[in-house]
Design a protein around this ligand. Structure first.
Ligand code: CP
Length: 324
């Protein structure tokens, strides 16, 4: 299979960021080191390069979002650019316009970058073939969510000082999770030891072929893990009659204080959000000292600044420690 969008135009040698499946280790390192450098500069009040000055990021969000949408908007502003957001409600999609027609019309208005969230898996790949515009996948159905995975790796690196060899457990609805898929690809590329845990009905068929260890019992799975990443059950992606009982799910796969005591004392608890409190994660664990959930959110702005900066031809920034 070829790497989509290979192009020598920027430091990443990518026209667009569509997923983590085909990202090389060096590309992930550049994205994270630049994000960490931006974070350092921002926290010290130092200047951020105005890479998007005079440029417009067009955000097409056809699914709900709090974190991704807001952080792309903030990232654009912090790089000196403007953003426009179009959501499904109120757009001409409601009159029957196809996604491709919508995207071609947006391209005709000459924005500089397109950011797409869409319920259909593969939709960013379709648009990327058709448009002469860099595109960032902000989540396509249950396929990929690359910027979430990259901000998660940034957070793992900050917490553990190393990604290679770090033991990461992803728990829950792996089958419907674009976050799990993008994390597995990126973590494996960086040399992490990845495990998944969930009820058999919520694990993709032959998931072990992705190079992960599979657990069905949470109590056994959490032992010796450096990072436990909890996922929301994506009820909106279930077909009729497939929905598990929330109470039963929580009893067997919820992370509560009892399960936290089985984890290593230094474990990092992660969640991409939104959290279903009391279902996959107890409130006192979500808000505990082991939780880095809000660090993930803060890092999301910096990581998205890095993506927009680099895809727009900005120079990569180095970081004092090698991203390994
Ligand atoms: N993690 C994430 O994608 O959150 P939002 O759906 O709020 O953007």
């Amino acid at each position: 299979m070829t790497i989509p969008n290979a192009s020598p135009a920027n430091a990443l040698q990518l026209k667009s960021l569509l997923g983590t499946e085909f990202l090389k280790k060096e590309q992930i390192q550049i994205l994270i080191s630049t994000a960490l450098a931006f974070k350092d500069r921002y926290e010290k009040g130092q200047s951020i390069p105005p890479t998007l000055s005079g440029k417009t990021a067009f955000m097409l969000f056809f699914e709900a979002s709090t974190r991704t949408r807001s952080s792309f908007e903030l990232a654009t502003q912090r790089l000196g650019g403007n953003s426009i957001v179009l959501t499904k409600g109120g757009s001409s999609t409601e009159k029957g316009e196809t996604l491709l027609d919508t995207a071609r019309n947006i391209e005709a208005m000459r924005p500089d970058i397109l950011i797409l969230r869409h319920p259909s898996a593969g939709s960013p790949f379709l648009l990327d073939q058709a448009l002469n515009l860099p595109l960032v996948n902000a989540g396509d159905g249950f396929h990929e969510h690359p910027t979430q995975a990259l901000l998660d790796l940034m957070t793992v690196f900050e917490g553990r000082k190393q990604i290679r060899g770090t033991r990461v457990l992803i728990v829950g609805d792996i089958a419907h999770s674009r976050v799990a898929r993008s994390n597995i690809y990126a973590l494996k590329t960086m040399g992490a030891e990845v495990s998944v845990c969930g009820p058999p009905t919520l694990l993709p068929p032959k998931v072990e072929k992705m190079g992960v260890k599979v657990f069905y019992e949470l109590d056994k799975a959490v032992k010796d893990q450096d990072v436990v990443m909890m996922l929301r059950i994506q009820f909106e992606r279930f077909s009729h009659g497939q929905t598990p009982s929330q109470g039963e799910y929580s009893r067997f796969y919820g992370l509560n204080q009892r399960v936290l005591k089985l984890c290593q004392p230094e474990v990092l608890i992660m969640h991409p959000g939104p959290v279903n409190r009391g279902v996959e994660l107890a409130t006192d664990v979500a808000d505990s000292s082991r939780s880095v959930i809000l660090n993930q959110v803060s890092n999301g702005v910096m990581l998205r600044m890095s993506v927009l900066h680099l895809l727009s031809g900005g120079e990569p920034f180095s970081w004092k420690d090698a991203i390994q």
